[in-house]
Design a protein around this ligand. Structure first.
Ligand code: 5GP
Ligand code: ZN
Length: 140
């Protein structure tokens, strides 16, 4: 039995309880248009099984969502004139996640569109980067 949350809006879309502009569906994943698009072509890919964030998701569900995202990205790129693409996936309130069912955004971009995905690169402190890398490696 696939995990489903009766209060989750994306689970309701999976079950067809609320409508969506569906793009693609397979056994593990669903792709549909975002209802508040930042640009034409903005769409979402979700695993059908409910998990809130990357911290809970089964790796195979994440892999399935990645496969569908790559497939969709090619079709959106062919359909929508754009200068580039961002794939975006937020985890937790602090990262701006507003729907608690893991999803990947496919966002077509235009040069100079001013969307705030891009930041000015500033060189970090090497010792600090190295120490943090060490901390993460120990937890893998
Ligand atoms: P987040 O902010 O969690 O990364 O993204 C949630 C996205 O889901 C937003 O871009 C929002 O527009 C979209 N969204 C929220 N509710 C619905 C809905 O009922 N239907 C569709 N198609 N998209 C939704
Ligand atoms: Zn859900």
């Amino acid at each position: 039995m696939m995990a489903s949350d009766p209060n989750c809006i994306f689970c309701k879309i999976v079950k067809g309880e609320i409508p969506s502009f569906k793009l693609y569906e397979d056994a593990e994943t669903l792709a549909f248009m975002d209802i508040n698009p930042v640009h034409d072509g903005h769409c979402l890919v979700i695993p059908k099984a409910h998990s809130a964030t990357v911290f809970e998701i089964a790796p195979e569900d994440f892999a399935a969502a990645a496969r569908t995202t790559a497939k969709l990205a090619r079709a959106v790129k062919a359909a929508i004139p754009c200068d580039g693409f961002n794939l975006m996936q937020s985890n937790g309130e602090g990262a701006g996640q507003s729907v608690g069912h893991l999803h990947l955004h496919i966002v077509p971009r235009k040069s100079g569109d001013g969307l705030l995905f891009n930041w000015e690169p500033k060189p970090g402190e090497r010792d600090r980067i190295a120490a943090i890398a060490e901390r993460i490696r120990k937890l893998l």
